[in-house]
Write a protein that binds this ligand. Structure first.
Ligand code: C2E
Ligand code: CA
Ligand code: CA
Length: 494
């Protein structure tokens, strides 16, 4: 705008000068035709195209300015790729076109791995340079006619028209390959290199509208990240699509909750049945929505299958440590963890950083492991558990007795607690002779192995007294206290 104004003022000044000159020279014509008059006429003739030229220049500047404004509205200033706003316009347009002309297209979401570390270590200028270079690689990896965009920060998207999932995978693998070969060389011959995680979803196979397609591709990208980075994830090959379709609305709800950080910890006390003192609190995940608090039982399976569980865990741990400090709680927290999550490469570094930040010692944490996702590689679980044990973390086996794997776990690695499956505990009274026998045997087995036992689902005074007499040392359940957002001491109950 400034440029246009300046040019306009300059033009007006020049025009005024020209008019003044013209008037002056016309005046000079009247008395006679001396050499001054002739010179003036030559001067006038020489000046006459000038206003016209300035006018042309002015119009061109205005046009350029218009184009630039339009470009800034649709493009990202750093990389010159389309921006988020244009991406959504074009995605909606592509959905309509695909419906009308009945063809498939794919959406690819790319997140640069460890970009924050690059920014932190080398500064934002280098970070920006890296993003600019990446956008060149990105443009080269997609096909002519594809629509690459920078969504935000180090998140990029590409709409791939006329492209099914396997073709999209080829494009994504090409990008990963060029990332692996690329290095940004810095002064002093240091070089910056990283990988990317890519999620793919295809319309109309995986979603019915733009929003769902985006969320699914995003959850695939999170899946790629949480299963080791430097990889591509797509619904058909990496996740059971049937599960995703039936869980569609739920997975969207989970994705949104993760993005908006609406994941909160609830705490349920675990007490010593001998003296009713609080041993620890179990941390249970909740999603908070506008109208209710959703318990983990309703979304944890979906969160695991879509690969969002490690992000949830990380939010949860951060918040639990911070709340414990705020409440002046110096005791132990039991944290639920799927074996898959604990084997991820960045699990331990993230955890360590959070614990250092909140001055939390490993001896205050007990990880509860379930057999929810079948363990494909027991030796790898053993290695991860032992590495954590060496740092001072303790372990419990959750839902003990509910499946065969729970028995294998106690052979595989050392544990500190067995949490006896709530179904046995609940059914111990009345006709539950069998359940009572199972619970007593678990308590005796644990005693022999030097492992402590905890009873879940203690829902009544009667169950608590059965727990006491069966040899179990600790208990938790609605009768003692319900999970709550506070680390509170249970009210007197027995
Ligand atoms: P769980 O670890 O066996 O947790 C016990 C579940 O039973 C919790 O449900 C708890 O609210 C509920 N509960 C507690 N006392 C009673 C009782 O007396 N009676 C009955 N009927 N239920 C009781 P929630 O919070 O919905 O969690 C369900 C499951 O989701 C948990 O089962 C756990 O396996 C998983 N989960 C919860 N939070 C997390 C998490 O942060 N990460 C992972 N990986 N899994 C989690
Ligand atoms: Ca548990
Ligand atoms: Ca349990």
């Amino acid at each position: 705008m400034e440029k246009v104004q300046k040019t306009l003022i300059a033009t007006l000044l020049l025009l005024t000068c020209c008019i003044l000159l013209a008037a002056f020279s016309l005046g000079a014509f009247l008395p006679g035709w001396g050499w001054e008059k002739r010179l003036m006429i030559i001067f006038l003739i020489a000046l006459s195209p000038l206003p016209l030229m300035i006018l042309v220049f002015l119009l061109r500047t205005i046009k350029e300015h218009d184009e630039q404004t339009r470009r800034f509205a649709t493009r990202d200033a750093l990389t010159d790729l389309y921006n988020q706003h244009t991406f959504w316009d074009l995605l909606n347009y592509e959905i309509e076109r695909s419906k009308r002309q009945q063809y498939r297209f794919s959406l690819m979401l790319v997140d640069i791995d460890n970009f924050k570390a690059i920014n932190d270590r080398y500064g934002h200028e280098t970070g920006d340079r890296f993003l600019r270079q990446f956008s060149v690689l990105f443009k080269n990896a997609v096909r002519k006619g594809d629509i690459p965009a920078r969504y935000a920060g180090d998140n990029f998207t590409a709409i791939l028209p006329l492209c099914d999932e396997s073709q999209a995978r080829t494009v994504a693998l090409r990008l990963l390959e060029s990332m692996r070969r690329y290095q940004l060389v810095l002064p002093g011959n240091e070089s910056v290199q990283t990988t990317a995680s890519i999620g793919i979803a295809t319309f109309p196979d995986h979603a019915a509208d733009a929003q769902d397609l985006y969320l699914l591709a995003e959850s695939m990208m999170v899946h790629a990240k949480s299963t080791g980075k430097d990889r591509v994830s797509a619904p058909c090959e990496d996740v059971n699509i049937g599960t995703l379709k039936s869980a569609g609305a739920k997975s969207i709800m989970v994705m949104e909750a993760v993005r908006e950080l609406r994941i909160v910890p609830y705490f349920q006390p675990i007490i010593n049945v001998a003296d009713n003192t609080v041993l620890a609190y179990e941390v249970l995940t909740r999603i908070v929505t506008a109208d209710r608090v959703i318990p983990a039982a309703e979304f944890i399976d979906v969160a695991e299958s879509m690969g969002a569980i490690s992000k949830i865990n990380s939010i949860l741990m951060e918040r639990s440590f911070s709340l414990a400090n705020q409440n002046g709680y110096r005791g132990t927290l039991f944290i639920n963890l799927s074996p898959k999550a604990l084997m991820l490469a960045d699990f331990l570094p993230t955890l360590r950083a959070q614990m250092t930040a909140h001055d939390f010692d490993p001896s205050r944490i007990v990880f509860e492991i379930t057999e929810r996702d079948a363990v494909k590689n027991p030796e790898a679980v053993k290695k991860s558990v032992n590495a954590l044990r060496n740092e001072g973390f303790r372990f419990a086996i959750d839902d003990f007795g509910s499946g065969y794997a729970t028995f294998h776990y106690i052979r595989l690695f050392e544990v500190d607690f067995l949490k006896v499956d709530g179904d046995f505990i609940r059914n111990m009274g009345g006709d539950g002779g069998m359940d009572r026998a199972i619970v007593m045997n678990i308590a005796s087995l644990a005693g022999h192995l030097g492992i402590k036992t905890i009873a879940e689902y203690v829902e009544s005074a009667e169950i608590l007294s059965n727990v006491r007499s069966s040899g179990i040392q600790y208990a938790q359940g609605y009768f003692i206290d319900r999970p709550s957002p506070h680390m509170r001491n249970p009210a007197p109950y027995a």
